[in-house]
Ligand binder design. Structure first.
Ligand code: ZN
Length: 300
């Protein structure tokens, strides 16, 4: 999740705030496809509002939606979706259980035939909702898989794959095979500090391997939709971006391992603007990376 303030401050630094005149100019220039059904290839596109990126395929004979943000944003999306095709959703996916990707599931209840997710994602969603006494407001996945799951819809074959623990222990990548577009969910935080959910089975070390497996599974023409980018323009990308994020995670482990050996505290380690040798990853939340790496390294 990212706050608007975080978005704007990062974006301002990236673009140079002096070039822009006023808030409208800022939003227009930096968010060319916010709150908009932005087509990427064929009938497949991306919707950005508040929360993780929504991926979609909308055709006369089939609709697929990946992730649901929050209830209000899901309702916004559904309104725009119905303007394109007024029909049921054949498949709704959750890339993983976090609230900024799955709280909006409830808005699709009765509209979507099925809700698909990795088995661990479903278990995490149920557990965390129960902890918050919020099970009533959840629509939990009714179709789960362990390794992969595939179905033909309209002109597409849609295939979900699980590569092992990374951001959580239940993240999957969902591929529109003909458009060759793959939604990575939060296995990709592009150029901004990631959330690493150790309480839901995250593993930084294995995440590096997961990213390598993804690069080996898809090709150089694959267009990736990322769970989060530093600005909207960075919400999609290529295998090169996955490789750059692998480097971020490797450098994070190196930096924290060395610091711990020198007896440094988390506060001391977090007192930098970026992880050494990974300067492209910036924004709020470096402390979350440091803390997660310390937990992981202490466990080894
Ligand atoms: Zn997440």
């Amino acid at each position: 999740m990212i706050t608007r303030r975080g978005f704007l401050s990062n974006a301002s630094m990236a673009m140079g705030a002096t070039l822009l005149s006023g808030q409208q100019g800022l939003l227009k220039n930096l968010f060319p496809f916010a709150h908009d059904m932005h087509v990427l290839r064929n009938n497949v596109g991306i919707y950005l509002d508040r929360g993780g990126s929504i991926g979609w395929m909308i055709e006369k004979d089939g609709i697929v939606v990946i992730d649901t943000q929050f209830p209000e944003q899901a309702a916004n999306f559904i309104g725009l979706m119905k303007e394109k095709e007024d029909r049921k959703v054949d498949i709704l996916f959750n890339t993983h259980h976090h609230g900024d990707h799955s709280s909006g599931n409830i808005a699709f209840k009765g509209l979507a035939d099925k809700l698909v997710a990795h088995a661990n994602s479903r278990a995490n969603q149920e557990r965390t909702a129960a902890e918050r006494n919020a099970l009533d407001s959840q629509w939990l996945p009714d179709t789960v898989f362990e390794e992969s799951w595939s179905q033909k819809v309209g002109s597409e074959t849609v295939t979900a794959r699980y590569f092992g623990p990374g951001h959580t222990n239940g993240d999957s990548v969902i591929h529109f095979e003909n458009a060759n577009i793959a939604h990575t969910g939060d296995l990709m935080f592009n150029r901004r500090f990631p959330y690493i959910d150790k309480s839901s089975g995250a593993s930084i070390e294995n995440w590096i391997s997961v990213l390598q497996q993804i690069r080996n599974t898809y090709d150089s023409d694959t267009l990736f939709i990322f769970g989060h980018g530093k600005v909207n323009e960075l919400s999609t990308g290529s295998k090169e971006d996955l490789q750059a994020f692998e480097n971020y995670l490797e450098q994070l482990l190196n930096y924290v391992k060395k610091g711990m050996a020198e007896g440094k505290t988390a506060d001391e380690l977090a007192a930098v603007a970026f992880i050494p040798n990974a300067p492209e990853w910036t924004g709020d939340g470096i402390r979350r990376s440091i803390d997660a790496a310390m937990i992981e390294l202490q466990g080894n």
